[in-house]
Design a protein around this ligand. Structure first.
Ligand SMILES: Cc1cc2nc3c(=O)[nH]c(=O)nc-3n(C[C@H](O)[C@H](O)[C@H](O)COP(=O)(O)OP(=O)(O)OC[C@H]3O[C@@H](n4cnc5c(N)ncnc54)[C@H](O)[C@@H]3O)c2cc1C
Length: 379
């Protein structure tokens, strides 16, 4: 009997799992000993980290997208038919069109979504760069900005742990480039008592903020935005006035996860080393959709996906596990429009950001293009 692998979600993690399995199970796929099916919500694949550059006009929108069919190995049976219900016990998925798909192995890779609607006034009063529409509107708002108060308002949970710091430093350089930094004030808000959840990153950011004159408000859990008064208020009782509000909206998991009762907030309880859904033997969870207390990032999704590829291939071929996920995350960090650094960490090693350099910024720009090779499994 062919081993059927069913992947739900065709973003970064699902794509790397699918393409990696095609390589490792080439013989089984050719002989009919395995099949790989993917259910996606769209026929386009978006490179989300590229959104960071849209507000500054530093990337062409076309560079963000490829046809998902072209990114996927041709041996993957790809259906644009979003999952409506996932039954993790029977590994069966019912789609929006009413079809039913089952697998011997199920991989849940549906990612996360922004929820500005969860905070009163944020949709009307805030700008963000976490989706294309938002990034375009932020680009337009910046183009007409002539100086004033910018509040960078960070809410959790959110994907890409360093994007809020990156956008802050890039805004500083952008304002400087337009000659309006002196007429502007940037205030960064963060929900806990420091500039970042990861303590070493928070400590690294302090002198960067001080040398740039960037202000901060910690313990700022956003309660509401008042678009008329142009204020943002925290649960802790602080109110900040803004001329431009740049928010990182809170995120949740996808509706299908909630509707299928697979996890509170849309995050699926996941074993940290095997990446199995808690309580399941052949249901893997990968990328943003896990409930693991680690960064929701493309690199996390990539390293997790590589682990799942090795394990599913090993289970199919030899009925044994290959290896465990060690919590590895690697992120480039833009520290302005012309410099960058990077952090890496895992379950046991904390991050240790180094001094910024132009070279690392160029690496990040290069990776923005190399991503497509990486998603295909060629890098
Ligand atoms: C502005 C920005 C900057 C970022 N910068 C970085 C960075 O520098 N470095 C980094 O490592 N990460 C970065 N990230 C984060 C990174 O993009 C995500 O963490 C990564 O894409 C997560 O991969 P995923 O496969 O879990 O989710 P996604 O890539 O979001 O894929 C989920 C897929 O599931 C599909 N889907 C949803 N619902 C259904 C359904 N019901 N049925 C079927 N399919 C469904 C979606 O259409 C999507 O294709 C950034 C993100 C943003 C927004």
């Amino acid at each position: 009997m062919a081993k059927r692998i069913l992947i739900v979600g065709g973003g970064l993690a699902g794509t790397i799992v699918a393409n990696g399995l095609c390589r490792q199970l080439a013989g089984e796929l050719a002989s009919g000993g395995a099949t790989i099916t993917m259910l996606g919500a769209t026929d386009k694949h978006m490179y989300q980290p590229g959104l960071l550059y849209v507000p500054f006009g530093r990337i062409r929108e076309a560079e963000l997208f490829r046809d998902q069919r072209k990114v996927l190995d041709r041996r993957v049976a790809f259906h644009v038919d979003p999952a409506k219900h996932i039954d993790a016990e029977t590994k069966t998925v019912t789609t929006e069109s009413g079809k039913t798909f089952s697998g011997d192995y199920l991989v849940i890779a549906t990612g996360s979504r922004i929820r500005p609607d969860n905070i009163p006034g944020m949709e009307e009063g805030g700008h963000w760069f976490y989706d294309l529409d938002g990034a375009r509107k932020m680009r337009d708002a910046l183009a007409t900005f002539e100086g004033g108060k910018i509040v960078v308002n960070v809410n959790v949970p959110h994907k890409c742990p360093v994007a809020p710091l990156e956008i802050t430093f890039m805004l500083r350089d952008y304002l400087k480039g337009r000659g309006i930094l002196d007429k502007s004030e940037i205030t960064y808000t963060y929900p806990v008592g420091r500039l970042h959840t990861l303590e070493p990153v928070a400590a690294w950011a302090v002198p960067e903020f001080e040398s740039s004159g960037i202000k901060s408000e910690t313990f700022f859990n956003t309660k509401e935005v008042d678009p008329k008064k142009k204020t943002v208020t925290s649960e802790e009782g602080t109110t900040l006035k803004y001329d431009l509000l740049v928010t990182i909206p809170p995120h949740s998991g996808q509706q299908v996860i909630l509707d299928s009762e697979l996890g509170a907030g849309g995050w699926v309880p996941t074993e940290r080393e095997t990446l199995l859904r808690e309580g399941s033997k052949e249901v893997f969870v990968v990328g943003d959709t896990t409930n693991l207390p680690i960064s929701k990032a493309g690199s996390t999704a990539h390293f997790e996906a590589d682990t799942i590829v090795d394990n599913i291939a090993s289970l199919v071929k030899e009925e044994r596990w290959a290896r465990f996920y060690d919590g590895k995350v690697f992120c480039f960090v833009e520290t302005g429009l012309h410099s960058g650094t990077y952090v890496w960490f895992n379950y046991t090693t904390p991050p240790n950001p180094g001094p910024p350099s132009q070279m690392i910024h160029w690496f990040k720009l290069a990776y923005n293009r190399l991503y497509w090779l990486s998603a295909r499994g060629l890098l």
